[in-house]
Design a protein around this ligand. Structure first.
Ligand SMILES: CC(C)(COP(=O)(O)OP(=O)(O)OC[C@H]1O[C@@H](n2cnc3c(N)ncnc32)[C@H](O)[C@@H]1OP(=O)(O)O)[C@@H](O)C(=O)NCCC(=O)NCCS
Length: 116
């Protein structure tokens, strides 16, 4: 992450509590070249990590971090952003659909050391 920030290939958003300034969450978004396979514009955002501390969840902080990232990406001329989510994390997937993400690429994981 640090390397990407040093080279301006990523955006970091930090959420702090009003008053105390205590950090309660962050979002890190990579700026990636889209490549020739999909027509997504030259650069798209890829939300690499989004975490809100346990006791601050459910209060809109994750939504606000995503909104701030979306605004900055659009300011930079990006038309698309992406995010990965583990299939089992249906709560997070619901949040992402609510802010406009839709299923795109399906990643699959397999064990190499067991018969299938
Ligand atoms: C996913 C996460 C970032 C959401 O942040 P948040 O500040 O709680 O989100 P908001 O308050 O803006 O929105 C709440 C929504 O988040 C989702 N959510 C996911 N996990 C949640 C949790 N543990 N507690 C509360 N909401 C959660 C729900 O969809 C909820 O909306 P709902 O009303 O449909 O149930 C946060 O729960 C988190 O850090 N989870 C652990 C790490 C993680 O799973 N990150 C995503 C990896 S892909």
């Amino acid at each position: 992450m640090r390397e990407c920030l040093d080279e301006a290939r990523g955006l970091l958003f930090l959420a702090r509590l009003r008053g105390s300034g205590e950090p309660v969450g962050y979002l890190y978004c990579r700026l990636v070249a889209s490549g020739p396979t999909f027509d997504l514009g030259p650069i798209r955002g890829d939300v690499d990590s989004l975490v809100v501390s346990d006791r601050a969840r459910g209060a809109g902080i994750g939504t606000d971090l995503l909104a701030a990232c979306s605004t900055e990406l659009q300011r930079r001329g990006c038309s698309y952003w992406s995010i990965g989510v583990v299939e089992a994390n249906s709560d997070a997937a619901r949040l992402y659909e609510r802010v406009g993400f839709r299923p795109w690429i399906r990643e699959m994981l397999g064990r190499l050391d067991q018969p299938h």
